[in-house]
Design a protein around this ligand. Structure first.
Ligand code: ZN
Length: 232
């Protein structure tokens, strides 16, 4: 079931109230249109009736896609500084619903689901895009580390994160996206074959692979952001 809750938020431009239907959970098997909306960047985005400004509410819901084997806890980008606590919370909730603390039938389903925690819309869309294209999200993070290493002028204007934005033929289009503001900066095209190359020669990547897969927050940011800020 995809459960919605109706709320009103002030428009950031003119303060007029704008109505949003927020979700508690998204079931992509039953609502493939919601998956498409997340990929398109339209999900939970509304237009202010007074000034036509378009804005969206940060994600805070669980996402399940049994067909593609995904279970994702999506958190607002503003909670990135507390990723350690959110990762633990994500794991505990999954264990109760589909893991070691769940009934046998649920555990059976859970065994086919890959658990992830993400912060912000670009990170969520990236997980959906990668799974849809048959790209391991863990290998994708390793590929990003490799790309960042080879670029000596990675943009450092404010907090940003490298995200897979789309696939373009045989290329993966990676871009630097502002954390929180979602502004897209520089983009690079990287051959998709880089994923297979990394998987064919795992040796040099072993340490980083282990670090990135230590919990459900499978993201290069876990090596860059301490993640132990107290909750606001
Ligand atoms: Zn407005």
């Amino acid at each position: 079931m995809s459960i919605f809750k109706r709320i009103e938020l002030p428009c950031p431009t003119c303060s007029s109230p704008v109505t949003f239907e927020l979700v508690h959970s998204v079931n992509a098997d039953r609502r493939p249109d919601l998956r498409e909306a997340i990929l398109a960047g339209d999900f939970q985005r509304e237009t202010c009736p007074s000034c036509s400004f378009r804005f969206r509410v940060e994600p805070e819901f669980s996402y399940i896609d049994i067909k593609r084997g995904q279970f994702i806890a999506a958190w607002p980008a503003s909670r990135l500084g507390q990723w350690q606590a959110h990762e633990a919370h994500t794991q505990a909730a999954f264990d109760r619903a589909f893991g070691k603390d769940a009934p046998p039938e649920a555990r059976e389903l859970g065994a086919r689901l890959q658990l992830r925690a993400v912060f912000g819309w670009p990170a969520l869309a990236e997980k959906l895009l990668a799974a849809g294209a048959g790209i391991s999200d863990l290998t994708l993070e390793l590929a990003k580390a490799g790309v960042a290493r080879e670029m000596d002028d990675a943009p450092i204007a404010g907090p940003n994160e490298m995200r897979l934005l789309r696939l373009d033929g045989d290329d993966m289009v990676l871009g630097w996206v502002g954390t929180g503001n979602e502004e897209i900066g520089d983009m690079v095209g990287v051959p998709r074959s880089l994923i297979a190359e990394i998987e064919a020669e795992p040796g040099p990547w072993e340490a980083l692979r282990e670090e990135l897969s230590a919990g459900p927050f499978v993201d290069l940011l876990r090596t860059l952001v301490p993640g132990d800020e107290p909750a606001a």
